[in-house]
Design a protein around this ligand. Sequence first.
Ligand code: PLP
Length: 216
Amino acid sequence: MLARILEELKVSKTQLIAVSKTKPEDQILAAYHQGVRNFGENRVQEVVNKQAALPQDIQWHFIGHLQSKKVKSIAPFIALIHSIDSAKILVEVNKQAARQERIIDVLFQFKIAEEESKYGFDLATATQLLQSSQYSDLKHVRVVGVMGMATFTSDQDQVRTEFKTLHRIFRELKTRFFAEADHFKEVSMGMSGDYQIAIEEGSTMVRIGSLIFGHR
Ligand SMILES: *Cc1c(COP(=O)(O)O)cnc(C)c1O
C-alpha cells in the first residue's frame, strides 16, 4: 500500500507525512526503509521517545493539539508544527525556539469542518494576529502555510467544499501577508479517507496514517 501511495504522490508532487501515532518503532522503520522521512505524531511524549530512538534524519511533524507547557520538549527537534491554533501557542513556540537558537516552521490550523471538536483559527482571528505587533515581534517562528481537517463524512462534496475553503484561506493570506515570502507555500490537507480529493484541491502535504500502518 505504501509503495502505491508513494507512486501516486510522486505524480502529483505532494509530500507524504506518514502519521505514525500509536504505532511501534519497527513499523516506522519499515516505512523509513521504503524511503519515507517525514512522520507525524500527535502526542508530545510519544514523539520525544520516538525521536530519540529512531534515525536522526527523520523529520518529525507535530499534528495534534499542542499545550503550551509541552512545547519545550519538542522545540529542540520538531521539523514542522501543523497545529498552531492561537496566539498564545505561537508565542510559546517562539519562546522555546529562541532558547534553542532555532527558527521553527509552523502552519496555522483552520477550522473548516462542521464538527465542534476540531480545533483551529477562523480567518478573522488569524488575520488579526498576522497584523499585530505581537506577531511581528516573533523572530523564531516562520509561518509556512495552513492546515485543516475536513469533516469525517462520506459526503465527498462536503469534503471537497471544505478543502476548497482551506485553499481559499491560503490564497487570501498569501496575497495579504506573504506575497513576497516564498516559504509560505504549504497546504496540509488530506488523510487516509480523503487525500485524493485534497490533492485535487491543491494540497501540498497529505497526512496519511491508517492506510499505511493499519487501523489504530
Ligand atoms: C490521525 C491524524 C491523521 C491521519 O489519519 P488517518 O485517517 O489514519 O490517515 C491526519 N491528521 C491528523 C491531524 C491526525 O490526527
